[in-house]
Design a protein around this ligand. Structure first.
Ligand code: N7H
Length: 623
């Protein structure tokens, strides 16, 4: 065993043995079907007919943890049996006019701003909400625009030519609104739904982010920057009631709309606690540490309307050639039942092609809503770069690690190269072509080999090496960020593939602050740059919080030997015991351990919110 200590960021290198294991994922068989449903065409927007329970579910039972009745959602009315008699899964319709567009499909615009508000006079705040609710961008509206962008940029290697460009004339300005439990409490008080806040079963949401901060691993020392006492907003006594999310194709249009919204809110007695805008740092969508972000998202099962093949998540694998096709959207992108993210829809069940129980962990009007986690995460880019450089220098002298670079270390800590290319497919060097090829950049598993898949007509991925099974983490370490937060199909402490469905989140983040550029040494902005981290889910406790404290902040889970998520994970302990370490493999399966006391990501604000349906905003919460 070899141990080395380097300052200022302490780390050690430990060599041990070699391992090679192989594991196989399950295989499922199914075939596509065709569904029919009447469409509503209003105001030039094609939208699905509003969601209606086939049979009213007993929401009180559901909120109390009892199962909702079967079929309390609408699915395709008919499916055509295919030649061999098998059928596509019968997927639910998502209510395009009710679900806010940043939940599904996600705004994903170059400009994003957030504003955290507190309510003064409740009656005036309700009036303000009644004014702004009609401006909320819905799933149906966002889908239309996203489809145009996708058609313009393509999915495969051709994307590299169109990255960062927009279809001609595109100039959307989009708005979404969410409320904390404190905000809901104010808006519901004294009305017809006064007792409904208690029906939200999620304890994380009820108690709020500041109260749960220690559980997430944030520093408990009140003098530490990441302690809630020092947050810009969201700490004790500075919790937001309302969060506005505004996205735009062009920054000027976004900033103008934000100013107008702010003036209107302030004029209605609301106070702005915090406001910040973020923007894409480059055409590829890199975050401040220099890695492409936003690549791997769970595919949400479901339809908006029933044009054959028209799904919320684009299907790209040819089901006539590959029986597994109905498990995926893009290659490697598992489809997850919508009840994992949106209230009132079926969750996942043991068989990924069969809908589970309807998930409605709140009052009846919470249907089509979703929990929103917002965290302002400051990133110490200079500190992260220094750690990569020092680690690489020390490792490079060790057998099995000859020639490793800071970029190599970073790729092991994240699981992807800066371009987004997964180390599972390219273990030794980056290639931007793979990084931007959406038909290939997420096509890998950890337990089984992932070979080229037959794509539907008209789609073509680039030619890249296949990803081999990597059950031990020889290429993508167990502690790599992407492996800590998504076990994919590999065995883990929760069992097999199931965790890939019930622990997923819909990420909608955007960087804030200027890029550090090529600068080395101390950061002149003192780290005032980072990520406006935003994610949606149906349970804050079981999804976001679980990922933070169950996996990223655990040295042993989801699978050992691994270590902590070195990029984001915190270990929750005070003082010197905050050290985090992880294992990486060199050539010949030689291992080394990297360790640091340093938090590269520091929380500086945030909150837990609920993003209601459009009708709940207008009819339950507004005046
Ligand atoms: Fe993470 N990073 O730059 O290192 N993240 N993340 N994240 N993250 C991902 O697939 C990053 C954070 C997830 O399915 C990539 O988009 C940074 C939190 C999940 O393969 C990169 C911060 C949480 C995935 C980063 C940050 C997550 C993911 C790879 C904070 C949840 C998908 C590109 C400043 C609690 C994994 C991609 C999958 C991917 C980075 C925060 C979760 C590069 C800098 C707080 C689920």
């Amino acid at each position: 065993m070899l141990s080395v200590v380097a300052s200022p960021l302490s780390w050690t290198v430990v060599t041990t043995g070699r391992l090679v294991l192989r594991d196989w994922g399950n295989r499922m068989t199914d075939r596509p079907g065709v569904s029919r449903r009447r469409l509503l065409i209003s105001g030039g927007i094609v939208a699905a007919a509003p969601w209606r329970p086939a049979e009213a579910a007993d929401e009180r039972d559901t909120a109390a943890g009892q199962p909702a009745r079967e079929m309390a959602y609408t699915t395709a009315a008919a499916r055509a049996a295919t030649a061999d008699g098998t059928q596509a899964p019968d997927e639910p319709y998502l209510d395009g006019a009710e679900i806010q567009g940043n939940v599904v499909p996600g705004f994903m615009k170059p400009y994003l701003a957030v504003a955290a508000l507190t309510i003064g006079d409740v009656a005036r705040a309700k009036g303000w909400l009644a004014d702004v609710a009609p401006r909320v961008t819905t799933l149906a509206e966002a889908m239309q625009s996203r489809a145009k962008v996708r058609a313009h940029r393509g999915l495969g290697p051709e994307r590299s030519r169109r990255l960062g460009t927009l279809p001609p004339g595109m100039n959307d300005v989009w708005l979404n609104i969410a409320m904390s439990s404190g905000g809901l409490s104010k808006l519901l008080r004294g009305g017809d739904h006064a007792g409904d806040l208690g029906l939200f079963t999620d304890q994380g949401f009820q108690r709020g982010l500041a109260a749960r901060s220690a559980l997430l691993g944030d520093p408990v020392d009140p003098s530490a920057a990441g302690n809630p006492a020092n947050w810009l907003f969201g700490g004790p006594g500075r919790e937001a009631d309302v969060l506005l999310i505004l996205a735009a194709d062009r920054a000027e249009a976004g900033a103008g709309a934000l100013a107008e919204l702010r003036a209107h809110a302030v004029g209605s007695g609301l106070t702005v606690l915090y406001e910040e805008s973020g923007h894409k740092l480059d055409a590829i969508g890199k975050e401040h540490f220099g890695f492409q972000d936003g690549i791997s998202q769970p595919g949400v099962r479901g339809r908006l309307h029933d044009f054959p093949g028209d799904f919320i998540t684009t299907r790209t694998i040819d089901p006539s050639s590959l029986p597994d096709a109905w498990l995926y959207g893009l290659p490697g992108q598992y489809l997850v039942w919508p009840g994992e993210f949106v209230f009132g829809y079926p969750r996942s069940a043991a068989d990924p092609l069969i809908p589970g129980q309807v998930n409605l962990p709140g009052p009846a009007w919470s249907r089509n809503g979703s929990y929103l986690v917002f965290r302002r995460l400051r990133q110490d880019v200079a500190g992260f770069r220094a750690f990569l450089a020092e680690s690489a220098e020390a490792l490079a002298g060790q057998p099995g690690f000859e020639g490793v670079t800071p970029e190599w270390v970073g790729a092991r800590l994240v699981g992807r190269w800066p371009s987004g290319a997964p180390v599972a497919r390219l273990p030794y060097a980056d290639d931007t072509g793979l990084g931007v090829d959406r038909l290939a950049n997420n096509h890998f598993g950890f337990a089984s080999d992932a070979t080229e898949e037959p794509l539907v007509a008209g789609l073509k991925a680039g030619h890249w090496p296949d990803a081999g099974a990597d059950p031990v983490g020889l290429a993508c370490p167990m502690a790599a960020h992407i492996r800590k937060v998504n076990a994919r199909e590999a065995a883990n402490d929760l069992g097999g593939r199931r965790a890939s469905f019930s622990r997923r989140i819909l990420r909608r983040s955007q960087p804030f602050g200027p890029a550090l550029g090529e600068l080395t040494g101390p950061d002149p902005a003192n780290g005032n740059r980072g990520l406006l981290f935003t994610c949606y889910q149906a349970s804050i406790e079981d999804q976001f919080e679980f990922l933070c404290n169950g996996w990223m902040g655990s040295a042993k889970r989801p699978r050992s030997p691994g270590g902590f998520d070195m990029v984001i994970g915190q270990n929750g302990l005070p003082g010197d015991r905050r050290e985090r370490s992880c294992t990486v493999f060199g050539r010949g399966a030689v291992t080394a351990t990297l360790a640091t006391m340093h938090d590269f990501v520091v929380p500086t604000g945030g909150g837990y919110f609920f993003s209601p349906s459009v009708s709940a905003l207008k009819e339950v919460l507004a005046g």
